[in-house]
Design a protein around this ligand. Structure first.
Ligand code: G6P
Ligand code: ZN
Length: 543
């Protein structure tokens, strides 16, 4: 075995997006493509700075190949110890948990999250730092800079490591430990939630359907729900991770998890439904005949946090991404705690949690989590809801209605226009931006505009500034329209339009969401000319 230095030339477009570098598998399969990016990670960290690393992924196509390459490169860069999930499997929250628990300097997550997988699907790679969270922008910017100038990479020529057998192997001077992907994570959950209460709930005949969407949450949900908590066999469906997620789109929203939504609307529906995404960090919570919006889920978790032993002392603060509805702000106000508004991307929550300013975080994009790790956490959110249902003895529907009655309802929807022409999408945003100064104070189609700006964020902990994070048009009554370009798409541009309207009166809490938002939908179109500019007559996905 020797360490080789291989000459290489830069690839264009290796800038990490909202959550790491995501590209088509075929792009990653080009010789040197993955190697250049991994070399750039090591160049950014500095020689010998990373001695202890965690590596794992969501099991999608190319996961195992990528891990073998990363291990051979890690051995060539002075890494002394690597923890790898068995079979190359580690959910994103589990990577965060393992980094923190074992004091690793960082981790490499192989996933394109909820994007489809398989030979024609997407792949992704992301670096997480020693707090267990995604690398902040100054690190991802440095990685990108290195990808533009990289001239060589170092790699061992050692043979492939057996990832399926638990235990340790030596590769050059580096020890590789293949670990049980679920054990550390399950132990962490046991410390946060009232497992006895949840066990009692299942023992009383409570029925649940957890749709793992053929993705990485399967083993976690099966072990914890069916194994530890005594849920009946069959509670977890689509629970075996497959390289192409069963040909599906592993995104837990009502459109892509339509099977779960249908099961929860059937006459014999279980009491509780949930789904998770490709890498296990997203979640959707579903009651009988109703999906809980992620924004409401965050607000409800915050309002009821103390039911779970891990949060019995109360919460310090909440953070939500800017396009997430303001339902959590109302809870924060009632609790007398701060609610931070950050740009889209879980990485923005890291500093707030590290500084002890917030306990709970959430995003409209089906992400919820807490300071127990530094990633959002799908199974964690589901366990919180189970704990809540067990303690309160109410249904999801009753909990929602009670929450709205107390705090009011924030009707909320996101309209996505996927894979549109990037030039047209950019031109639409530029045109909107140009109109911003004149919008405030105008009344358009009965909506009085109070504020219109391009969201900028100054991190209260390190003072770093992020600009152009989404155009927001806020009405005098608190309703909002937000326009943003996705940072996670891999084809053309994806335009997201986020719509929100507040309704205090319980008599109006059971409207159809799209109907409740129709006025804002029309206003969004007239402000942006979105349909004409993109040539689309309707959104690709409405959630
Ligand atoms: C990933 C990130 C989230 C983000 C989401 C949507 O899941 O981890 O933090 O909210 O992508 O990002 P996008 O840029 O596509 O709206
Ligand atoms: Zn994900």
């Amino acid at each position: 075995m020797t360490i080789q230095t291989v000459a290489t030339t830069p690839f264009a477009g290796q800038r990490p997006g909202t959550s790491g570098l995501r590209k088509k598998v075929t792009e990653f399969q080009q010789p040197g493509y993955l190697e250049n990016f991994v070399e750039s990670i090591f160049l950014t960290l500095g020689e010998g700075a990373c001695r202890h690393l965690v590596v794992g992924g969501d099991g999608r196509y190319f996961n195992r190949d990528a891990i073998q390459t990363i291990l051979r490169m890690a051995a060539a860069h002075g890494v002394e110890r690597v923890l790898v999930g068995q079979g190359g499997i580690l959910s994103t929250p589990a990577v965060s948990c393992v980094i923190r628990k074992h004091g690793a300097q960082g981790g490499i997550v192989l996933s394109a999250s909820h994007n489809p997988g398989g030979p024609d699907g997407d792949f992704g790679i992301k670096y997480n730092i020693d707090n267990g969270g995604p690398a902040p922008e100054k690190i991802t910017d440095a990685i990108f800079a290195h990808t533009q100038t990289v001239t060589q990479y170092r790699i061992s020529d050692a043979p492939a490591v057996d990832l399926d057998v638990l235990g340790t192997t030596q590769l050059e001077n580096m020890v590789i430990e293949v670990i049980d992907p679920v054990a550390d994570y399950a132990e962490l959950m046991k410390g946060l939630f009232d497992f006895d209460a949840i066990r009692g709930l299942f023992a009383s005949g409570f029925r649940m359907r957890f749709d793992a969407m053929h993705a990485v949450a399967g083993p976690y949900a099966s072990t914890i729900l069916e194994g530890i908590l005594g849920a009946p066999a069959g509670t977890v469906v689509n629970g075996v991770p497959s390289e192409d997620f069963g040909g599906g789109h592993p995104d837990p929203n009502p459109v892509n998890a339509a099977e779960l939504i249908a099961a929860m609307a059937a006459p014999d529906a279980p009491d509780f439904g949930a789904a998770s995404d490709g890498d296990g960090d997203r979640n959707m919570i579903v009651g009988r005949g109703i999906a809980v919006t992620p924004s409401d889920s965050l607000a409800i978790i915050a309002a009821n946090a103390t039911v779970a032993p891990g949060y019995a002392g109360g919460i310090k603060g909440i953070a939500r991404s800017m396009p997430t509805s303001m339902a959590a702000d109302r809870v924060a106000e009632a609790l007398g705690i701060a609610c931070f508004e950050t740009p889209t991307g879980w990485k923005y929550f890291g500093n707030l949690m590290d500084a002890g300013l917030v306990t709970l975080c959430g995003e409209e994009s089906y992400g919820t989590g807490s300071f127990h790790i530094r990633e959002k956490d799908g199974v964690w959110a589901v366990l919180f809801w189970l704990n809540l249902l067990a303690v309160r003895g109410q249904t999801v529907e009753q909990l929602l209605a009670a929450h709205w009655a107390r705090f009011g309802r924030n009707y909320y929807s996101r309209h996505d226009y996927e894979a549109v022409d990037a030039g047209a999408a950019g031109a639409m945003m530029d045109a909107l931006r140009a109109r911003l100064p004149e919008l405030a104070g105008q009344t358009l189609a009965g909506h009085q505009i109070a504020l219109a700006d391009d969201f900028a964020y100054t991190d209260p902990v390190d003072g770093s500034i992020s600009t152009k994070q989404g155009i927001r048009v806020i009405m005098a009554d608190g309703s909002r329209i937000v326009f943003r370009l996705s940072g996670t798409g891999t084809e053309g541009a994806t335009v997201r339009v986020y719509l929100e309207r507040y309704e205090a009166d319980p008599a109006h809490h059971n409207l159809d969401t799209q109907a409740a938002l129709q006025g804002l939908i029309d206003l969004a179109e007239s402000l942006s000319d979105l349909r004409q500019r993109t040539g689309r007559s309707e959104p690709t996905v409405v959630t």
